[in-house]
Design a protein around this ligand. Structure first.
Ligand SMILES: [Zn+2]
Length: 145
C-alpha cells in the first residue's frame, strides 16, 4: 500500500483510529492465515501474484492461481464502516475513492490474467473467509473465467 502521501493525523483521536484500523486488519489477516495453514494449505504472503502486474496480494496460492486481499474497512472504503475523519474529510474521501478504484482495477486485471480473486473485509469472520479461500484453492466453486 502506498502511504507516502498520507498527511499526518491532525489530532490524537484520528491517529488512534488509524492505528487501531491497522492493528485490526493485521489481526484479521493473521487469523485467516493461521486457519488456512491449519488446513494444510501453503501460500505466499504479500507478493505479486502476476509478475506483469505491479500489484501485491496479501495471500497468494500460485499453483491454484488464487489471490487473496484482506481489505481494511478504513483504507479500502468498506461500505458498512467507512466514514471520513472530520479533519481533511475531502482529502480522505478522494484517497478512499482512488484506493477503491485501484482495488477494482487490480481485481479486473488479475481476473483477466486467469486469477481467482478473493477480497475479504477485515470485519468479516475469519473462519468464513478461510473456508471460502480453501474452497477456491481446492478448485470447488472456482468458476472458470
Ligand atoms: Zn467494515
Amino acid at each position: 500500500m502506498q502511504v507516502t502521501k498520507v498527511p499526518r493525523a491532525s489530532d490524537a483521536a484520528t491517529q488512534a483510529r488509524m492505528n487501531s484500523q491497522l492493528r485490526q486488519n493485521t489481526k484479521c489477516e493473521l487469523l485467516v492465515r493461521r486457519l488456512l495453514h491449519r488446513e494444510g494449505l501453503r501460500y505466499r504472503i504479500d507478493c505479486r501474484p502476476d509478475v506483469t502486474l505491479n500489484r501485491r496480494a496479501d495471500i497468494v496460492f500460485t499453483k491454484a492461481r488464487v489471490a487473496v486481499f484482506i481489505d481494511g474497512c478504513f483504507w479500502h472504503r468498506c461500505p458498512i464502516h467507512w466514514r471520513p475523519p472530520k479533519r481533511n474529510a475531502g482529502w480522505w474521501t478522494n484517497k478512499a475513492d482512488s484506493v477503491a478504484r485501484r482495488d477494482a482495477e487490480t481485481t479486473a486485471s488479475l481476473n483477466a490474467a486467469g486469477w481467482h480473486v478473493i477480497r475479504v473485509w477485515e470485519h468479516e469472520d475469519p473462519g468464513t473467509a478461510a473456508r471460502a479461500i480453501s474452497l477456491a484453492v481446492r478448485g470447488w466453486g472456482c468458476a472458470q473465467r
